[in-house]
Design a protein around this ligand. Structure first.
Ligand code: SF4
Length: 173
């Protein structure tokens, strides 16, 4: 993370409030879908390399540095595995990105035409789910979360006078 980066109180609070909301949602899902959710320490099937908004990456890096938690020695994920996965466990679990917090739970995304929702759920948890059980009320609405994260990132980029092109909106985690 660039030391000169401007991370405003508003951006940080908005991000932390979003994390709080996601945590509440995942707790609600855990209670609603107890019979399906088999996630447990040691399962790392979803810990793959992915891309996130720079605001989230920078906030997490800043938090890790403030808490004296070493950043990975190598800066890149392997092709398939997240660099924070150490001996099968997440080494930064408390500070992990929002996407990691939603893994394993039933998620809904609007399709490309924005006229229907698509279900996404870990196959280890939801291989047997009756799709008639899948309704808006018992899934996490990912578009709302991603839109909020997008807006927080926009503010962050504007605060830092960064004008990324579309390809640079997301960065490697
Ligand atoms: S940050 Fe942690 S939970 Fe997220 S993919 Fe990496 S190892 Fe897994």
């Amino acid at each position: 993370m660039n030391k000169n980066i401007n991370l405003s109180k508003v951006v940080l609070e908005d991000y932390l409030n979003l994390v709080k909301f996601v945590e509440q949602e995942t707790e609600r899902m855990q209670n609603l879908h107890t019979k399906h959710i088999t996630c447990k320490k040691g399962c790392s099937s979803c810990c793959l390399s992915f891309r996130i908004f720079s605001v989230e990456k920078d906030i997490i890096y800043k938090t890790l540095l403030e808490n004296d938690i070493a950043l990975p020695l190598h800066n890149e994920n392997t092709e398939t595995t997240c660099k924070y996965l150490v001996n099968g466990d997440c080494s930064i679990y408390q500070y992990r990105p929002i996407m990691c917090r939603t893994h394993g739970f039933p998620l809904l995304y609007l399709n490309e035409d924005e006229d229907a929702y698509e279900f996404s759920g870990c196959e280890l948890n939801f291989s047997t789910i009756d799709m008639s059980e899948v309704v808006i009320e018992n899934c996490i609405m990912m578009d709302d979360i991603n839109k909020k994260l997008f807006t927080i990132n926009e503010t962050y980029l504007a605060d830092n006078k960064i004008v990324p092109n579309e390809d640079e909106l997301l960065c490697n985690w």
